[in-house]
Design a protein around this ligand. Structure first.
Ligand code: AMP
Ligand code: ZN
Length: 444
């Protein structure tokens, strides 16, 4: 039984989709800079979620927005004296390239805010017509006091809110609920679009409501993001969408915990970030970051250190060395595959799943069975364990290995040991196992 912790009920619930295809919406990046590894923690968690759904035989339609209208983008374009489009296109490209390096499966749709203006305008118009939004000073605001269920996701109390308190900027406060802009009168240096309620540009929250409903329908299954989006972003998405349609917007809300550094949230504004490029520059593999993320449950904070990333890299290297020695995959280990599925289906318990995988790898099942099972598990882990190739032996080594084995069988251990040393000189380590001699290329 597949179950997730649903932030809406604050309980673990059995997952039941609305229809045959699971609709999944994940808040995407704001493309004004490189995405940092804190953001990657959330995007990788969402990839695990998608793979777990598929492992449980669901078809998934995944939509992730690209925020290409935002205060920080305009600021950067002005500072660098380049067009807004130049900024957004180049960082979007970098984002998509990094997704590949982390072996994150692509979404079905990546709608951009700039290309979704018609649906955004239609939604704002609907909210105005219904009387839950109002115009003020050339902008349009959502009136949170008109939506009775405001606060149901985050538990935010709307009582005591100053009447008419409004927020115009895209950096929203996390403490005080207030009326938020659906449509903003644009300032110099910002993009602007024509709308029946005046020239301007959309606010950030409305973009996610418009795009998710456009591609997934008015009610869909799962919405995710990092916990910092719970309030006000996700709360506002619910308010806008449900006020407009009168229907339940999303059934399951899953929110990933933060990546910390020195006990603080990793955030660009705190200048404590690292990017994927920083990891590569240190000679580490982006997939070691994916491995590191597997070691903590998505609802627990994870403190980042270079030491923990190196440990993840070592663990991954050990796997990569071991698997090519295994026989061709045949029938897998049903018992371990069952435990693995149980762990991932229990609100994505990836640390447990990883430990099941290691228990299986270290077990004395035939290597052909372990090989089969690890490929099955890697459909979810995504560590590219199916692409490993056995290292090539240097010239002459095969003959020496065979000769040594013959000598060992004749119990001529002194002579066989000489050959072991000869092999070592050409970089080949031989280990004698119950299944016969196994070799690997010695690391420098
Ligand atoms: P942003 O571009 O800031 O909207 O962030 C993109 C995604 O990354 C959102 O889902 C955020 O919640 C998430 N995020 C931001 N900082 C962190 C962090 N330190 N750890 C985990 N997720 C984060
Ligand atoms: Zn969003």
């Amino acid at each position: 039984m597949l179950r997730f912790y649903n932030f809406l009920s604050r309980k673990v619930e059995e997952f039941k989709p609305f229809g045959k295809v699971v609709g999944l919406y994940t808040c995407g990046p704001t493309v004004y800079d490189y995405v940092h590894i804190g953001n990657w923690r959330t995007f990788v968690f969402e990839d695990f979620l998608k793979r777990v759904l598929k492992f449980n035989r669901y078809k998934v339609k995944h939509v992730m927005n690209i925020t290409d209208i935002e205060d920080k983008i305009f600021k950067k374009a002005q500072e660098e004296k380049v067009s807004i489009e130049k900024i957004t296109k180049s960082y979007e490209k970098a984002f998509l390239a990094d997704l590949k390096k982390l072996n994150i499966q692509k979404a079905e749709v990546y709608p951009r805010a700039t290309e979704s203006i018609d649906s955004i305008i239609a939604l704002v118009k609907k909210l105005l017509d219904k009387g839950v939004a109002y115009k003020k000073g050339g902008s349009v605001y959502f009136s949170i006091s008109k939506f009775g269920a405001y606060g149901k996701l985050s538990g935010t109390n709307v009582k005591g809110v100053k009447a008419g308190a409004r927020v115009d900027v895209d950096e929203y406060g996390k403490e005080n609920p207030s009326d938020f802009a659906l449509w903003k009168k644009s300032k110099a240096g910002e993009v602007e679009f024509d709308a029946p309620f005046g020239k301007g540009r959309p606010g950030w929250h409305i973009e996610c409501s418009a795009m998710s409903m456009k591609f997934l329908g008015e009610s869909f299954d799962i919405h995710t993001g990092g916990v910092d989006l719970l309030f006000p972003h996700h709360e506002n998405e619910i308010a806008q969408s449900e006020a407009a349609t009168g229907k339940k917007f999303v059934r399951f809300w899953l929110e990933g915990e933060h990546l910390l550094i020195d006990g603080q949230k990793m955030a660009k504004s705190l200048k404590n970030i690292f990017t994927l490029e920083d990891i590569i520059k240190r000679g580490l593999d982006p997939l070691s970051l994916r491995y590191l993320f597997l070691t903590a449950h998505y609802r627990s904070k994870l403190n980042y250190t270079w030491k923990s990333l190196e440990a993840a890299q070592n663990a991954l290297n050990n796997l990569r060395e071991e698997i090519p020695d295994w026989d061709e995959p045949k029938i897998g280990c049903a018992e371990f595959e069952g435990d693995f599925k149980e762990a991932i289906s229990n609100d994505l318990d990836m640390p447990k799943a990883l430990s099941v995988m290691w228990k299986m790898a270290k077990s004395d099942y035939p290597s052909s069975a372990k090989h089969q099972s690890i490929l099955v598990m890697d459909q979810v882990l995504g560590l590219e364990l199916g692409k490993l190739e056995k290292a090539q032996l240097p010239k002459g080594a095969t003959g020496l290995i065979e000769k040594r084995e013959k000598l060992r069988k004749q119990e001529k251990f002194e002579e066989s040991d000489k050959l072991r040393k000869e092999l070592l000189k050409i970089g080949v380590e031989v280990e004698d196992t119950a299944e016969g001699p196994k070799w690997k290329i010695k690391k420098n």
